[in-house]
Design a protein around this ligand. Sequence first.
Ligand code: SF4
Length: 431
Amino acid sequence: MKVALHTLGCKVNYAETAAIKDKFEQLGYSLTEFGTTADIILINTCSVTNNADVEARKIIRRAKRQSPDAFLGVMGCYAQLKPEEVSQIEGVDAVFGQREKFRVPSLVHQLMGKEQTQVNVSCIEDLPFDVALTTDNELRTRAFLKLQDGCDYFCTFCTIPYARGSSRSIPFALIPEQINKIVASGYKEVVISGINLGDYSTPDGKTFADVVELMDSMKPDLRIRISSIEPNLLNDRILRAVAASDVFCPHFHIPLQSGSSEILKKMKRRYKASFYKDLIYKIKENIPNCGLGIDVIVGFPGETDEHFRETYDLLDELPASYFHVFTYSERDNTPAASFDGVVPVHIRKERTNLLRDLSQAKQRSFYASRVGKIATVIPESYDKSTRTWKSWSENYVRVKFEGDENLAKSFVKVMVESVHGDYAFGSVIND
Ligand code: SF4
């Protein structure tokens, strides 16, 4: 039987889909591309915004049109948060919650052929940690390893704690085995991921700083990138370890969400704008070539022009290399959905556009600052007609360069020479 899986949303979802694919293969199913004819289709959904729900519904309908006779199952955050709504989408045969999704490969056979849509969604209390690892491109150069799941923070705009349950982590003792597996599979980079990765903790007191130090001490033939970390959890020990490491990438992605301390308080974020600002300068002082990505939400209830100006000015000042700008959208069952001071949608859009423009300018200026410097890149996709590789540098700059096809799966040193559009351009240098 042929199984097709499709993933929406974050890196953790991608890693989990890959783990589910492995289970299907172990049980003798064959995997096929999503979009081709399949007997079983599974869609791993996201629910971070209203748009994510809309996108999930679109993909579900498209999947049914493409394979009308297939068994269609839906899992992931949207399925966990709104199982009834999902079960009513035409063509859905089964809905699986977070606890059930890893059992889908063994469950699915019993559910096929049933008249009624099956809803297999239970509560999210005391969910176990499920190890998950995946690759994101055809050359298998970059893997994603989930180290942590769930979140205990309950920011007032966020549904993730309700969709994924409380914070839990991979046992510390399993980490070396996972890293060795990634190296043995030939990957050159691993992105360590989690829902609130910096909150990694184990019953015997290990923290994320211990994870960083452990991975660094293994000196794997691999570079390690931290996916995203809350500012209040990025402590001096982690910063020191990354700054001194030749394994960890000089790159952090740190959610800010708002540059106004008043709005941060309403969001129930655990830091003030001044703390965030000091942290970014401290990182740049310790790791001058560090790539810095920032998440920001605009249009949160109560965000006045003045609050937005504080956010804009802070982001304008900070030595960041790019932002991910999210337009606030009300999510059912979150405290913020009933807050006063709703920002009209057209103003949310205007603010989003202003910050996206600023992000582009920041990115261009960060890329320009790399001209004349050496980037260590991993080639990811090759255009034979122009002999050009696309790649990412250690500090998250997209680099194009001319070179042999046999450079795949290796670290390549490139002298950055210019910047055009979304890419830096350079030439391979020989050691
Ligand atoms: S830290 Fe806040 S925004 Fe991030 S997952 Fe947890 S509740 Fe959501």
